[in-house]
Design a protein around this ligand. Sequence first.
Ligand SMILES: Cc1cc2nc3c(=O)[nH]c(=O)nc-3n(C[C@H](O)[C@H](O)[C@H](O)COP(=O)(O)O)c2cc1C
Length: 216
Amino acid sequence: MEFEKAVLNRHSTRDFSDKPVNVKDLKEIINLAKMAPSWANDQIWRVVIATGKTLDEIKQHHRQALMNGEPGRMEFPPLHRGAMGQQGRKNVSIWSSDLQRFLGSEGYAMAEDSMNLFNAQAVAYLLMPSQPSLWSAYDLGAFGQTLMLAATDHGIDSIPAAEFVQYPQALHQILGVGNDYQFGVGIGLGYKKSDALINKFRSQRMDSDEFLTIKK
Ligand SMILES: Cc1cc2nc3c(=O)[nH]c(=O)nc-3n(C[C@H](O)[C@H](O)[C@H](O)COP(=O)(O)O)c2cc1C
């Protein structure tokens, strides 16, 4: 796939079909993701991909925890709207109202999809050392975006979501990850359900002039 096409075709899929992603594809995608740049080539990332029964157990725990009203305890400090600054707050509010308008009476589906971890068929959990610097978050982000573009190139849909890492204590236990690593984000992978309305939603972007300055 042409690079530009891969960039433009990637978008967040929030309702995956039951078709599994094969391990060969997962390995190829990770082999491309690891070509991301990192601070002095430190390659701080670690990746655990959950599929099959392991992912079923995670999904079951997630659903139960939400139904019990357990508060999420992400290992990355949560970002509150108030701390975002004007530009971020404005974009989040445009995004939420666009989404509400688009879903209309099917708005409930979004919460259900999140509760079911979007029915992702594989989740790549991106981990970084528990004592990172901000640069480590930069490295992990570069890895994640390269992973998603590689997935698109393989015809595989994706979503990066904080939802996947709401309950890290259970993830440490189920996935056998020690406390020397923390869960940054999860990237859900699979094949989109083509008839799901939510998968037809596209997020807008600002005009580049609104955030770009080129000084001569
Ligand atoms: C760090 C991060 C966390 C995210 N968490 C969630 C989430 O928990 N639930 C969700 O539905 N989308 C989540 N998203 C997806 C964003 O809403 C999405 O990337 C954004 O609206 C742009 O849309 P696009 O990915 O379709 O281009 C997350 C994205 C990022 C980068």
